[in-house]
Design a protein around this ligand. Structure first.
Ligand code: 13P
Ligand code: SF4
Length: 354
């Protein structure tokens, strides 16, 4: 839907008034009405790097979700202020691993006598507390675009990996890219005593997967892939690695949001694509590439936006930019220094991965 012209003008005017003092980052899942004001767009990895590369901006306005804004705060200097236009823009997957649960898990691994062999690898989609835990225990952060390199690094450091909180990215990367089998992976359920696992199962496992998932990508099924192949002969199925293993196994291509965009840019005219990721991005790509004769459809029949990403809308962005332009700091995301210290270790390790 077209944006309200009055709000567009107010956002433009406030942004112009702020000039170089503000830098607006937009994740690919953001609404069109928001993304038009982003100075850069990107996947989680690119945005983390871009935030760190803007030391002159006093305000980093993060159009994305809470864990991304936290990561930006950790990677920027102390006098830079990271702002999230709606504080309710969280991530249900990140919420599936709390600091208490992860500390308890480490106790379980210690009890089983394997903690020294385990290297934690935490997905970017996790709270700063979980990133700090990861840094404290010699692990790294990863995103969907560098998960393979992160796992390769981790298996050079130790025999086992604790991957959290997304079981699917962990399993898909281990099986597709590392040559591990499904039997090498066990699922740790934080709601069960000892994660629902015996000490023997933990000792035999190579990958200990946290039982978390993305509710948006979890909606795609093997049936969605079969349906679209029947409906559109010759279609290329391209999905995000947060999708379930059977969906990823049935797809033709798998990658992060940035990978998906690059693949479609390189696609020949006349090609057909079904995309398994969030709907704002898929619709934007379908509109962008239609004039070039590339047919792009959403993988599932039902709509699936990320409801928390969608909380950042034009009214929230206008309110944020106008507040900042009036000298009023709102919705600052600030990680406490102790958490930041260890979380930064894990994030910086990620930034040095090949
Ligand atoms: P990427 O942008 O890294 O592909 O991540 C997708 C996502 O779910 C972000 O929340
Ligand atoms: Fe979290 Fe999934 Fe939304 Fe990404 S798409 S922010 S993983 S709920």
């Amino acid at each position: 839907s077209p944006s309200d012209p009055d709000l567009v003008e107010r956002a433009r005017a406030a942004k112009e008034k702020l000039g170089d003092k503000v830098f607006v980052l937009g994740h690919h899942y953001q609404r069109d009405e928001v993304i038009q004001f982003a100075d850069v767009t990107g996947d989680s990895f690119k945005l983390a790097r871009d935030a760190a590369a803007r030391p002159e901006a006093e305000y980093i306005v993060f159009c994305g979700v809470h864990f991304m804004a936290e990561s930006a705060d950790i990677l920027t200097s102390d006098d830079q202020k990271v702002v999230l236009p709606d504080l309710a823009a969280g991530c249900s997957m990140a919420d599936m691993a709390t600091a208490e649960q992860v500390a308890e898990c480490w106790d379980v691994l210690t009890e089983a006598g394997i903690a020294e062999q385990v290297v934690p690898v935490s997905y970017m989609n996790s709270s700063a507390d979980i990133k700090a835990f990861t840094g404290k225990h010699g692990g790294t952060i990863c995103t969907s675009s560098n998960a393979k390199n992160a796992l390769e690094w981790a298996f050079e450091q130790g025999e086992k990996v604790l991957f959290l909180p997304d079981q699917h990215l962990g399993r898909n990367t281990a099986v597709r890219d590392m040559g591990l089998s499904l039997e090498d992976c066990v699922l740790y359920n934080p709601h069960k005593p000892n994660g629902g696992l015996t000490a023997e199962q933990l000792r035999d496992a190579k990958m200990i997967l946290w039982r978390g998932h993305c509710s948006v990508h979890g909606r795609f099924s093997l049936e969605s892939v079969e349906d679209v192949r029947a409906r559109i002969p010759g279609v290329n199925v391209l999905v995000h690695p947060e999708c379930r293993h059977e969906v990823v196994a049935a797809a033709d291509y798998v990658g992060s949001t940035e990978y998906i965009i690059k693949a479609l840019e390189a696609a020949p005219a006349g090609s057909k694509w079904a995309i398994g990721t969030e709907l704002n991005l898929v619709r934007r790509l379908a509109n962008r590439f239609a004039p070039e004769g590339k047919e792009i459809v959403f993988l599932d029949k039902t709509v699936c936006f990320c409801s928390t990403m969608n909380r950042i809308d034009l009214p929230h962005l206008v309110w944020t930019l106008e507040s900042l332009a009036a000298g009023k700091l709102v919705n600052r995301i600030e990680v406490d220094p102790e958490t930041e210290k260890y979380a930064k270790l894990a994030l910086e390790r990620m930034l040095t991965l090949p």
